[in-house]
Design a protein around this ligand. Sequence first.
Ligand code: ATP
Ligand code: MG
Ligand code: MG
Ligand code: MG
Length: 561
Amino acid sequence: MKQSMTLIPTLREVPADADIKSHQLLLRAGFIRQNASGVYSYLPLARKALQKVETIIREEMDNAGAVELLMPALQQAELWQESGRWYTYGPELMRLKDRHDREFALGATHEEVITSLVRDEVKSYKRLPLTLYQIQAKFRDEKRPRFGLLRGREFIMKDAYSFHSSQESLDEVYDRIFTAYSNIFARCGLDFRAVIADSGAMGGKDTHEFMVLSDVGEDTIAYSDTSGYAANIEMAPVSMEYTKKAEEAKELEKVRTENKKSIEEVTEFLKVEAKDCIKSLLFKADDRYVLALVRGDHEVNDIKLKNLLEAANCELADAEETRKVLGCPVGSLGPIDVSQVEIVADHAVAAIVNGVCGANEENFHYINVNPERDFKVSHYADLRFIQEGDPSPDGQGNILFAKGIEVGHVFKLGTRYSEAMNASYLDENGRSQPMIMGCYGIGVSRTMAAVAEQFNDEKGLVWPAAIAPFQMHLIAINMKDEAQAQLAGDLYGKFRAAGYDVLFDDRQERPGVKFADSDLIGMPIRITVGKKASEGIVEVKVRKTGDMQEIHIDQLQEAIE
Ligand code: ATP
Ligand code: MG
Ligand code: MG
Ligand code: MG
């Protein structure tokens, strides 16, 4: 590519509204330009780097047995209504109407579209498993679009979906894609970790995130200093907010109705179940009293509980208040008057996290939560309280925290979508069964930005070879010098013929400008044709190390490889 013919609008000044390295440098090096908040044009250099990322992704996904397709970004509301997410996804889903007043969404993700496709086209167990993926723009009206490509409102995602007739088959494909993801991020040169994730609004259970370690990451990872244990603590300090999220509303409603108990049952519960509680705490949430009973088998100490309650905007009742409400001091669990309280029982931590204490009934119904019996507590619930220095949950070493950028996410969805949308197949015995599903996402544009975030120095970007838009930057210092123009032109032709991706700075610019631009855009190797052109000698510089040597063009091929 001749630089005189392309568009690389570099900037000398650091843009005022960009506060992290990757955002600043991608703007300054002429990779991206913002259109609207969280909406960007990818200029030629960015397009090339994205293509490199996409090629790696395609190779690894194909290798894992996935097949590419392309689905529409414009999605009918009906599909989202079928899954229920039209009502629960919230304002992040961009909604619009056509000229006939029909409602649509711009694809934030494609579970609904692919589930409807596969339910119509796949009827028999013989066609399963099936794994399909696409690379495409996604739309999410993020509350806080920021950090350039790291959190956009239109961004590029690779999303994959798998369909199965058994859990074992899902487990197998999940593992294969997990390996593919590890390969992808390793090939991008990233320093990353796969961590246990929170299934959040997706309704899945087994799930991992791929986190690029970086101080600008918006996620916090708790990891063991000795073993490979690592998990996202995303939800930890904001559990109450989490429960208030609209997507939890349905789940909450289910928990509410399923856990209504009579007064007799409450009394019985307190007599039998609560007697060996290690802790009972009375607190006030939204003007209601909630009694939390914490069992001895959970490592919950006063400070952690207090932190949790504070984070959840709950107030611990003081001794006097407690006596007034319960008729006895908290902790003693004598004959308690429970008529004024709601009970979050057994595993208060999980109960609160799962939003149960947020459920209120007008009269004395209460919510008795027995995590294993009444609903499944994700075993990460305890993690929400993890602090640095705590023993690691796997018993090996102690916990440290690190910041991470989520570049990939894999989920075992189970039958969440297939049941809601009636995607079933006929098994060997001719019986209809819901398909078991998995889904797997990679933020393609975010991954490119994460590479930029990890690879830079004071002069600019330092692309790893696998992602660099061009392998080499060929510079002719003075295009008006015949020998230089001639040699540079020759080399450019030869490199291209040999299959190299070369950017050729053939502009009539001052050397200082050319070198500064070259350092800023950061191709791995720079070849400078200068004064010694007539002797056939050029200068080769490695961007990463700054190593520089003069080389005769006959030895150039060797030097580059
Ligand atoms: P986040 O927690 O950062 O909001 P997410 O968990 O909502 O991300 P997923 O639904 O798991 O995202 O989507 C799959 C992948 O898409 C993410 O792992 C991430 O790499 C990418 N992604 C999600 N939101 C954005 C965004 N606003 N801008 C760029 N990439 C994104
Ligand atoms: Mg998000
Ligand atoms: Mg996330
Ligand atoms: Mg995610």
